[in-house]
Design a protein around this ligand. Structure first.
Ligand SMILES: C[S@@+](CC[C@H](N)C(=O)[O-])C[C@H]1O[C@@H](n2cnc3c(N)ncnc32)[C@H](O)[C@@H]1O
Length: 224
């Protein structure tokens, strides 16, 4: 039932695959990439946060993107639904010299804790396949983004044999995909356009030499 989870009152908005000890253990193998990664560096550089802007990292994980974005002087809202990951991120934020510019908050794509049209830029790296309700995620992005807001959503295509980590992670994202949501670039683009976002481009491309699904809006440059 991919669209069943509209209930946001129980404090956890994430995918059921992210729950419990099994959900937490799933991330152990990913830990190094979640701390710092070229793909997050590249995504944040494309979004290009500016000092004084309010920006959102959806599914911030351990902060690979959020921490880099905070060096720009933007106010970064790091939205993370999985309690253990959020706690680790809060510790990382606390020891960062940019902590005044980072907020770690409970939420998800389907529940972005920000006021209507209050956000200058939103990005997400490797979270789209975790979204439980893609339509609700799109509605939330359209609600939270300001009129000139920028958007960049990226999921790496680990199942593509040209992906440098195909051998390592490809099986995690195989045909059954462990119950996670299969993301279709065209569908995501159509939903965002229908929600009123400007200049939506959704396609397979490459970021940091990795094959990705990339969805941009609001004039974020497409990666080369
Ligand atoms: C593979 S990790 C990527 C983390 C981080 N963006 C990065 O690139 O290092 C996927 C993240 O998506 C989060 N997540 C799970 N369900 C989500 C949802 N419905 N909306 C947004 N993020 C979600 C998970 O808790 C996890 O932190």
């Amino acid at each position: 039932m991919p669209h069943a989870n509209h209930d946001h009152d129980h404090g956890h908005h994430g995918h059921e695959n992210d729950r419990g000890i099994t959900g937490a253990l799933r991330y152990l193998r990913w830990l190094p990439q979640m701390w710092r990664s070229e793909i997050n560096d590249a995504v944040v550089d494309l979004v290009d946060p500016q000092a004084g802007e309010r920006v959102v990292d959806i599914g911030a994980g351990l902060g690979a993107g959020a921490m880099r974005a905070a060096t720009s002087g933007a106010h970064v809202i790091a939205v993370e639904p999985t309690p253990l990951i959020r706690r680790l991120l809060a510790v990382r934020r606390f020891v960062s010299r940019h902590r005044a510019d980072i907020e770690v908050v409970d939420g998800a794509a389907e529940h972005i804790p920000a006021g209507d049209h209050s956000i200058d830029a939103i990005w997400a790296v490797n979270t789209m396949h975790h979204w439980v309700d893609v339509e609700q995620g799109v509605a939330e992005i359209a609600r939270a983004l300001g009129p000139a807001g920028r958007l960049l959503l990226v999921d790496e295509l680990f199942t593509d044999p040209t992906h440098p980590e195909y051998e390592r992670f490809g099986s995690d994202h195989g045909p059954e995909h462990h119950g996670f949501t299969m993301i279709d670039a065209d569908e995501m683009g159509a939903l965002l356009s229908a929600a009123g976002l400007a200049d939506v481009v959704a396609a397979q491309s490459h970021i940091a030499d990795r094959p990705v699904i990339q969805v941009t809006a609001g004039g974020v440059p497409a990666a080369g």
